[in-house]
Design a protein around this ligand. Structure first.
Ligand code: MF3
Ligand code: CO
Ligand code: CO
Length: 272
């Protein structure tokens, strides 16, 4: 079913879940430094989600249908050429120049909030800085076209155009998704497409936009751990994600962070 907010209980639930997820990304920032392991970041986030927010980390033990191994950790940590679904481990120590995506999904009172951002460890390379900035712009350009009456293809088109104009490529194997009481619901929100194609957006629909943009070719492969997606050419990949709701005029972003301030500033926002 297409995820939709139908009453004030849903609306308040999604607002609270989104705010909670965003607050985890705000909390973890100062801990993302050279020498920390992705497992230490996982533990910090897990404890914050459970003890401070009273939420459930949705990734923990997620999946596992059809014989797949359930996801073993509470957050996804995707470093450099890892596209998404990186599994935190004690053996992955972050070093100067690494680019890291942290993807947080919490369940609060039955509602999901799903959001991710890129972090630079120490001094980023020129390429990483540009890819991370363009990918965040792709997310914002996708968000900008959201409003009742627009089509899913408008979102994909806006993202694809901006990525390819910058000579980057769009990953096709993963997409945004409806979200609410269910983690991954309809519709699928592709990050490429043609204007006017796909489902028409209606007020109250709730979904994520989460473009994965590669510095090299778009192709990916999944590692034997059954989760970690990496670029086939081992070049850099970046991702940003928000959870939002369609409104008459545009949208309400549930997972906005303080550093993003207002949607009006979104266009000029950049990675610092
Ligand atoms: N948070 C991811 C998304 O944006 C999904 C992670 S599922 C997991 O949809 F099992 F890998 F954690
Ligand atoms: Co998502
Ligand atoms: Co996510």
């Amino acid at each position: 079913m297409v995820a939709t907010v139908t009453d004030d209980t849903d609306l308040n639930g999604m607002r609270a879940a989104g705010r909670a997820a965003a607050s985890v990304l705000e909390m973890i920032g100062p801990h993302v430094v050279p020498g920390v392991t992705t497992d230490e970041l996982n533990t910090l986030c897990h404890n914050y989600i459970v003890d401070e927010l009273g939420c459930i980390p949705a990734p923990l033990n997620y999946g596992g249908g059809g014989g797949q191994m359930p996801f073993p950790k509470s957050i996804c940590t995707s470093v450099n050429h890892v596209v998404c679904h990186g599994i935190p481990t004690q053996s992955k120590t972050l070093k100067n120049g690494d680019a890291l995506n942290i993807d947080i999904t919490v369940i609060k009172d039955g509602y999901h909030g799903d959001t991710s951002k890129m972090f630079c460890i120490g001094e980023p390379t020129v390429l990483a800085k540009r890819l991370i900035k363009v990918t965040q712009e792709c997310l914002y350009k996708g968000i900008e076209v959201v409003k009742a009456g627009a089509h899913l293809g408008d979102i994909g088109h806006a993202i694809q155009q901006h990525a390819e104009r910058n000579r980057f490529s769009v990953v096709r194997e993963f997409c945004g998704h409806g979200i609410g009481k269910v983690f991954h619901d309809a519709p699928q929100v592709l990050h490429y497409g043609r204007p006017g194609s796909g489902m028409a957006l209606e007020e109250g629909m709730t979904f994520t936009i989460e473009p994965m943009i590669n510095a090299g070719k778009r192709h990916i492969k999944i590692l034997p751990d059954q989760w970690t997606a990496v670029t086939k050419d081992h070049k850099l990949s970046a991702q940003w994600e928000h959870t939002l709701m369609v409104t008459k005029q545009g949208c309400e972003i549930f997972t906005l962070r303080a550093e993003e301030k207002a949607v009006e500033q979104v266009q000029s926002a950049s990675v610092r």
